[in-house]
Design a protein around this ligand. Structure first.
Ligand SMILES: Cc1cc2nc3c(=O)[nH]c(=O)nc-3n(C[C@H](O)[C@H](O)[C@H](O)COP(=O)(O)OP(=O)(O)OC[C@H]3O[C@@H](n4cnc5c(N)ncnc54)[C@H](O)[C@@H]3O)c2cc1C
Length: 439
């Protein structure tokens, strides 16, 4: 057993966007920050599509120029529906705040490494190959974290504050037994990286494509160097119904959609197809005087709105202020933690309303025929751009959008009820576990 001689101020577990952003800010403030990461960078991670309002976070962290170099510009999201003849592209330039007209599509191996190296540059002490196993909080002033290093040797470290940024591994929520399945959502996903996927030309090359099909929807995320991330999100029952291996199942599903068949007609996969599920959850606990859960370690709902990295960076950056207040022993630390929790939950709630309804015919009809009555189209573009934490007055038009959605659902009650029942059955199903490649 190796015990680190140093007691650090903050031990951050996990170095995705949430952990590395928080580590960078606290190290910059002069705290002694250690980071444990079980998988050495660069490592594959799914989730390549960023949002325009993520760019100010990257600027604040000092990595925007580096991200620009590895990213493909994304000006909007194209929606393709089997019930509509033409696709629709929602451009971020149509959002209420015109200052953020684009984002980037990034390879997460490169993006996450940039963020981690940035935290190191600012003074964080990174230990790759270190996997946390348990934390002992019995001493109220010093937590002890136990784990193992890349050689499998037991390691431990003491820290005044522990930040769980372990993503969907949900390390602390598992230890505390506070992880709860999301009772309003349940989906699974099958994905890979491909070469020679048909791309749009010019300014539209980097746009995200969302293509609905009977059992869910596909994403197409073009990356630099001709590689494209393609995946489907479906009801768990559809994934469970497969009788072939993941690769064949993926292609069989692509061929269920004409637009996808066209985009993938010459595509070849450059990595084994992967399936992941069981990812709609939330912890009942987020912060304490000795710990905090940030990013996916606290909650995740669904990939459709590409909000995961945005929410992870938001919670990492804002969470750093709360940790700073606890370490200083500030009297207002508890209040800061409560405000932080409110902000994080507000972001999740805003996206969840749309995620829960996105497969409904009423939603599709509204999205495919964008109208700007009372600025609702601008507000939807703002939400898609990640403008949910700022001062842009999106709440009223989003509220009106919701009203219009219910009205349209009433006018086509039968179709919407059928889809609602389908969704309800999917939510009640047992989630599917993630599957290793090749299964
Ligand atoms: C199918 C799918 C598609 C998605 N697409 C998008 C998208 O297009 N855009 C988007 O913004 N989001 C997307 N997301 C969501 C996005 O991937 C996540 O929300 C985001 O990565 C969360 O960041 P994080 O820092 O919280 O966690 P992560 O990025 O998952 O980082 C967690 C880190 O912790 C490490 N770790 C885990 N356990 C331990 C441990 N015990 N000890 C030490 N280290 C540990 C892991 O190795 C990892 O490096 C998608 C998600 C899914 C499931």
């Amino acid at each position: 057993m190796t015990t680190s001689s140093n007691t650090c101020d903050v031990l951050v577990l996990g170095s995705g966007p949430a952990g590395s952003s928080l580590a960078a800010i606290l190290a910059e403030k002069g705290w002694q920050v250690d980071v444990w990461e079980k998988d050495p960078h660069p490592r594959f991670h799914i989730g390549e599509s960023l949002l325009p309002h993520t760019l100010p976070f990257l600027k604040q962290l000092g990595v925007l120029e580096e991200v620009k170099r590895i990213g493909l510009q994304k000006f909007g999201a194209e929606l393709v529906s089997p019930d509509h003849d033409e696709s629709v592209t929602l451009y971020f330039s149509g959002a209420m705040d015109k200052n953020h007209p684009y984002a980037y599509q990034v390879r997460r191996s490169e993006f996450d490494e940039i963020l981690l190296k940035n935290s190191q540059k600012k003074g964080a002490h990174v230990r790759e190959g270190f996997e946390a196993k348990t934390v002992d909080f019995s001493d109220p002033s010093l937590a002890t974290i136990h784990g193992k290093n890349a050689q499998g040797i037991a390691v431990s470290q003491q820290a005044r504050y522990v930040v769980d940024a372990t993503g969907r591994q949900t390390f602390l929520a598992n230890q505390f037994n506070t992880k709860q399945r999301n009772l309003q959502h349940n989906s699974a996903s099958v994905f890979g990286h491909f070469e020679d996927v048909v791309r749009h030309s010019g300014k539209d090359e980097g746009n995200l494509t969302i293509c609905w099909f009977d059992q869910g929807w596909f994403w197409i995320i073009p990356l630099t160097d001709g590689v494209t991330s393609v995946g489907m999100v479906c009801w768990p029952s559809y994934l469970k119904s497969r009788t072939n291996n993941l690769e064949d199942f993926f292609w069989q599903t692509v061929h269920m959609s004409l637009p996808m068949t066209h985009r993938m007609k010459k595509a070849t996969s450059i990595m084994p197809i992967v399936a992941t599920g069981n990812y709609a959850y939330q912890s009942t606990v987020m912060t304490g005087s000795q710990f905090m859960l940030v990013g996916d370690a606290f909650a995740f709902v669904d990939p459709i709105l590409s909000s995961g990295v945005h929410l992870a960076l938001h919670s990492g950056i804002r969470g750093a202020d709360v940790v700073d207040a606890y370490l200083h022993g500030h009297a207002q630390a508890g209040q800061k933690a409560r405000d932080f929790e409110t902000a994080v939950k507000h972001g999740l709630k805003t996206y969840s309303w749309f995620i829960y309804r996105i497969t409904q015919p009423a939603f599709r009809n509204l999205a495919m025929v964008p109208r700007n009555f009372f600025r609702i189209h601008e507000a939807i573009s703002s939400m898609l751009a990640g403008d949910v934490f700022g001062t842009t007055p999106v709440q009223l038009p989003l509220f009106l959008f919701k009203g219009l959605y219910y009205l349209i659902a009433m006018l086509d009650l039968k179709a919407n009820l059928v889809q609602y029942q389908k969704r309800k059955r999917a939510v009640e199903e047992e989630p599917v576990a993630s599957l290793p490649p090749g299964q």
